[in-house]
Design a protein around this ligand. Structure first.
Ligand code: ADP
Ligand code: MG
Length: 699
């Protein structure tokens, strides 16, 4: 994603939330014009009270935003805490206190532990860089994914970027949901002009999103414009301001749709367009009435083309508000199909329309015949999950004494209905998988973070308990690099493979078999998983041969798998053990060879005739392109091969892709690539209907 000149971003975990990033910083290296749009909720949070009278303004340098605590309804202490944070950020950046804006989202009514934020600032400032990803992640609360985007435009002959990070996923637990957005641009524009343009763009985007009609105490949208693009400064309405406003509206429109699509429990996004309204206000209210109607929303969840509910909503609102709107003159179009026109229903192929209603985006058009005003609103369906989450889940979020939040998600805390639903769904899969072997490659970030390691060990133990036979193959690349660095040795990579000379081989072996493997085995056995740590040399488990790289370059002690000792593994599995394998192979004359763990996992899966192979890594799955392309949820062998040939799969993922193809060719039925940064993804994948990550099948 492109970012405007002179902006830097960062996001860290400061301890407001149990284990996730919760503190974001957006910095402009030059004083920026700033504008802001704020919630109209009269119970506005302290950061809103602090910022609202201070914008529009010149000379702003940074926005600091936290999740996990809203600093709302916290009394006079709330404003003191904002002041402490502003001073600390100003000191850390070497700028004036008046140049800092703050925003918060999270639990209402608990004092914000400002010192946690202050303590985390050095690390946050250290981390500032030109990727907004971590900042976008740090402001998430109930969102299931970070939201950010950018637009490029030309102003006065200069190239300008407008980018935004944003969060918001509906108000299902009103104390936890808020829309926060920070817009950054290198356009030169006066604070006044920026404020007006931002206000109008927000009016037709964020203000037209309805997930459940709640209004948070903390909603705010900031815009910073530092002028580094060098365009003639915009101060008056005119063509330049129009171009900027169009780009901004387009960008915020994308953010608004992303929020609607990520609404709590949402399975679908709906876009409602109302045209022909007598006034702009009526067009807007009419569109919002439709996206907010529980009846329309539940019909949407059921993929029911129930246009009657849409017109009923319009009629009800028109009657109650006394609008000069006649529903009988309206034309209603669903997914491009006219369903009501000329005062009567249109004959339609209901089955065909029903199929189209299952799409992830549903378009509703209501053409009134009363005027020329138009509005667009975005919303989502009302699913079982929304109610489940509202009824069961929110009660599991509790406040800790220090003002942070934690989640108590033991099943015993759920309502009986939820428990039954959960167990019924899980048991179906447990029965189907019982006795099956699942090979799991453990790599990426899940290997580094303590809480993720614990979650992984829990998952593997649970799989074993319910009758699955897990086999774990682990990597350890970051750990090896770190150790080599400590010893003053540099790691050199050829085509993604670490050149392993005689000096570094013992280090590689020590880290993989001695440290990573034993730690993992200890974590598993602390839960009585019956884990057995093995290197490929133990019991001649993995015979390997040295790689001859096509470049002719000698990679040293790096190998390919030649044969897996299937009998040995099977004996362990039959004995009820969980093999945990480090990717060291047995070469000629008993020498060690380091092998890519992805390849080992595939070879082990093939040798054992396993139907499932799971790769846990540090991306959401196979992406359209790395690092921020969309997730590809399902692929066939042909799809994957095509993507490899097109060069869309590079770095470590190339190894995985090759290994996946080898595994499928060798009889494995399903290969999953999952995000190891999310706790318990393995369980979520295996035991629920909703797939996570990427699934590759023969096709
Ligand atoms: P692991 O420790 O799980 O083996 P790797 O770093 O070896 O992790 O491989 C995963 C990396 O591959 C990702 O972090 C990403 O940078 C890179 N990559 C390259 N192309 C893609 C792609 N198309 N989809 C996903 N990841 C990709
Ligand atoms: Mg790798």
């Amino acid at each position: 994603m492109k970012i405007p000149k002179g902006f830097r971003f960062g996001g860290v975990a400061c301890g407001l939330k149990p284990s996730r990033r919760d503190l974001a910083l957006v910095v402009s290296d030059h004083p920026a014009a700033a504008a802001g749009v704020f919630t109209r909720n009269k119970a506005a949070a302290a950061p809103i009270q602090d910022a609202r009278p201070r914008v529009p303004a010149e000379g702003i340098r940074a926005v600091v935003a936290n999740s996990g605590n809203a600093n709302a309804l916290t009394g006079p202490a709330g404003l003191d805490d904002v002041s402490v944070i502003r001073s600390a950020v100003a000191d850390a950046l070497g700028v004036q206190k008046r140049a800092i804006l703050t925003a918060s989202t999270g639990v209402i009514g608990a004092r914000l532990p400002a010192m946690k934020i202050v303590t985390a600032l050095p690390a946050l400032v250290e981390q500032l860089g030109d990727h907004p990803d971590l900042a976008a992640e740090a402001i998430m609360t109930t969102d299931t994914r970070p939201k950010m985007a950018a637009r490029e435009l030309t102003l006065g002959g200069k190239s300008v970027i407008v980018s935004a990070i944003c969060k918001g996923s509906g108000m299902l637990a009103p104390q936890l949901a808020t829309a926060l957005c920070v817009v950054t641009t290198d356009a030169a524009v006066t604070p006044r002009a920026l404020q007006e343009t931002l206000g109008r763009a927000v009016q037709r985007t964020f203000n037209m999103v309805s997930v459940d009609g709640e209004m948070s105490t903390n909603d705010c949208v900031f815009a910073l414009a530092n002028g580094l693009a060098g365009n003639p400064r915009i101060s008056e309405p005119g063509p330049d301001l129009d171009v900027l406003e169009n780009a901004l509206g387009d960008l915020l429109g994308e953010m608004a749709r992303a929020m609607a699509a990520d609404g709590e429990g949402a399975t679908k996004m709906m876009e409602v367009v109302v045209t022909g309204a007598p006034t702009d206000a009526i067009a807007r209210e009419c569109a919002l009435a439709i996206t907010s109607s529980p009846l329309v929303k539940s019909a949407l969840f059921g993929a029911d083309p129930n246009w009657g509910r849409i017109l009923a909503t319009v009629g009800a609102r028109a009657g109650a508000q006394g609008w000069p709107v006649d529903p009988f003159k309206a034309r209603v179009v669903l997914q491009g199909v006219a369903v009501f026109a000329g005062g009567a229903p249109v004959e339609i192929d209901r089955e065909a329309l029903r199929v189209r209603m299952r799409e992830s985006r549903v378009d509703v058009l209501v053409e009134l015949a009363e005027g020329a005003s138009r509005a667009v609103s975005w919303g989502c369906d009302l699913s079982y999950d929304y109610v489940k989450i509202n009824a069961d889940y929110s009660s599991l979020i509790f406040q800790k004494a220090d003002g942070g939040v934690a989640k108590d998600d033991r099943v015993s805390n759920y309502t009986p209905t939820m428990k039954k639903a959960l167990l019924a769904e899980a048991l179906k899969y447990i029965a189907a998988f019982s006795g099956q072997i699942a090979v799991i490659k453990y790599g990426g970030a899940a290997m580094v973070k303590e809480s993720l390691k614990e979650a992984f060990a829990e998952d593997v133990t649970l799989l074993k308990r319910v009758g699955l036979k897990p086999v774990v193959v682990h990597g350890g690349a970051p750990e090896i690099t770190k150790t080599l660095e400590k010893l003053g040795e540099r790691s050199e990579f050829v085509d993604g493979m670490r050149v392993t000379d005689a000096q570094s081989l013992p280090v590689v072996e020590m880290v993989l078999s001695g440290k990573v493997n034993q730690e993992l085995v200890a974590l598993l056995n602390a839960r009585n998983a019956g884990a057995v740590g093995l290197s490929g040399k133990d019991g001649k488990l993995i015979r390997a041969e040295k790689i001859q790289h096509e470049s002719g370059r000698d990679l040293g002690h790096v190998g390919h798998v030649v044969e897996v000792n299937e009998k040995f593994l099977r004996m362990l599995l039959d004995g009820g053990y969980v093999p945990v394998i480090s990717p060291i192979g047995l070469g000629e004359n008993g020498a060690s060879l380091s092998i890519n763990a992805d390849e080992v996992a595939a070879a082990v899966a093939v040798a054992l005739g396993s139907k499932k192979l799971i790769y846990l890594t540090d991306v959401p799955g196979i992406l359209e392109s790395a690092p921020d392309g969309d997730l590809v949820r399902q692929l066939t062998v042909a799809d994957l091969t095509r993507r490899m040939e097109a060069g869309a799969i590079t770095g470590g993922m190339k190894w995985k892709a090759q290994s996946i193809l080898a595994a499928l060719a060798g009889g494995v039925e399903r290969v999953h690539v999952l995000d190891g940064r999310q706790p318990h993804t393995v369980i979520a994948e295996l035991f629920t209907d909703r797939g996570v990550g990427s699934l590759v099948q023969k096709g």
